[in-house]
Design a protein around this ligand. Structure first.
Ligand code: ASP
Ligand code: ASP
Length: 328
């Protein structure tokens, strides 16, 4: 797709006359704009949605809104503040649904961008040493990247402020399902790291903003942190950055986040084209587990009263169909 961008006419034939619904129920600049850019480049048309003036404001359920828009379009992109919202949308829609971020859960297309950026910069993902640095508890881009890096056999180090570590069940799943090599460190060793991936403290997911500010102040990418770091290090960030990276780091040649953001368009073009041309449909693996009630307060299942447990394969724990958090 990146090469195709040089031939706008060829690009514009790929999804010509198709219609994509862009359903953003939560603030977004980059993801929203880059999906719109991607759809436009591919020749698709876009239905734009304004949550303030939508029927949600009149009390319509999320699943009804999704069902309806599915009837108007050929694919649905959804961002929502509740975890599991994209899965619920996929269950009620006939057309492909792309998760553009579901609360603090996952942000898979961001992980595609991150993996693609690592591969472009380092020539591969397997064996590359990546430090995930920051609020690993709430940052959905970190969650998706953990899985993506694990699938491609990167060497992963997790480093977070106290209390903001990656959920144990996610780390355990990455290890068990994908054989991930994950180390957990208090301080990152950047002398041999290939990638330092950081992210803002996700203030909107904290009970107290003051707590978020304190966590951020103690955990920043500064010139000092980079003393002795690998000369070839790539510093990545999904953006927006607030003050977790010192301004002077922006001019360090190792800061590659603006380049990373630019990869958003070709990567999202690929995601749209693959979904809308029939690739990548989820298999029907797993089985329904009756009588399941998700305990995650941020999960869509509570609001939409969609309680559905799910178990895949032999010996795997039962988890919520939507936010995927395991029972218990
Ligand atoms: N939430 C961020 C923004 O507003 C990034 C994104 O949209 O993914 O830009
Ligand atoms: N853009 C990313 C997201 O939407 C990261 C962030 O907002 O901090 O999750």
């Amino acid at each position: 797709m990146e090469e195709l961008l040089a031939s706008p006419e060829r690009c514009a034939g790929i999804l010509q006359n198709r219609l994509v619904a862009n359903m953003f129920f939560e603030a977004s600049t980059r993801t929203n704009q880059s999906f719109q850019a991607a759809a436009n480049r591919l020749g698709a048309k876009i239905l734009v949605f304004h949550p303030q003036s939508g029927s949600g404001a009149k009390g319509e359920s999320f699943s009804d809104t999704m069902r309806m828009v599915d009837g108007y379009s050929d694919a649905v992109i959804v961002r929502h503040p509740c975890e599991g919202a994209a899965r619920l949308a996929a269950d009620v829609c006939e057309h492909p649904v792309i998760n553009a971020g579901d609360g603090g859960n996952q942000h898979p297309t961001q992980a595609f961008i991150d993996l693609y950026t690592v591969r472009k910069l380092k020539g591969k993902v397997g064996g590359v040493k990546v430090v995930l640095f920051g609020d690993l508890a709430h940052a959905r881009s970190m969650h998706s990247l953990l899985y993506g890096l694990s699938m491609f056999k990167a060497k992963i180090t997790l480093c977070s402020p106290p209390g903001l570590g990656m959920a144990e069940w996610m780390v355990e799943e990455a290890r068990r399902k994908f054989g991930a090599k994950v180390a957990i460190e208090k301080k990152p060793d950047l002398s041999s790291a290939d990638v330092l991936y950081t992210c803002r403290v996700q203030k909107e997911r904290f009970g107290s903003p003051r707590e978020a500010d304190a966590a951020q102040a103690a955990f920043r990418v500064s010139k000092k942190l980079l003393e002795g770091a690998n000369e070839e290090l790539a510093i990545l960030h999904p953006l927006p950055k607030v003050d977790e990276i010192d301004a002077e780091v922006d001019s360090d040649p190792r800061a590659r986040y603006f380049e990373q953001a630019k990869n958003g368009v070709p990567v999202r073009m690929a995601a749209l084209a693959m979904c809308m041309r029939g690739f990548g449909r989820e298999g029907k693996g797993g089985r329904r587990v009756p009588g399941f009630s998700c305990k995650n307060q941020s999960c869509i299942s509570g609001i939409e009263k969609a309680h559905w447990g799910w178990a895949e394969g032999a010996g795997l724990r039962v988890r919520c169909r939507y936010c995927e958090r395991p029972a218990g």
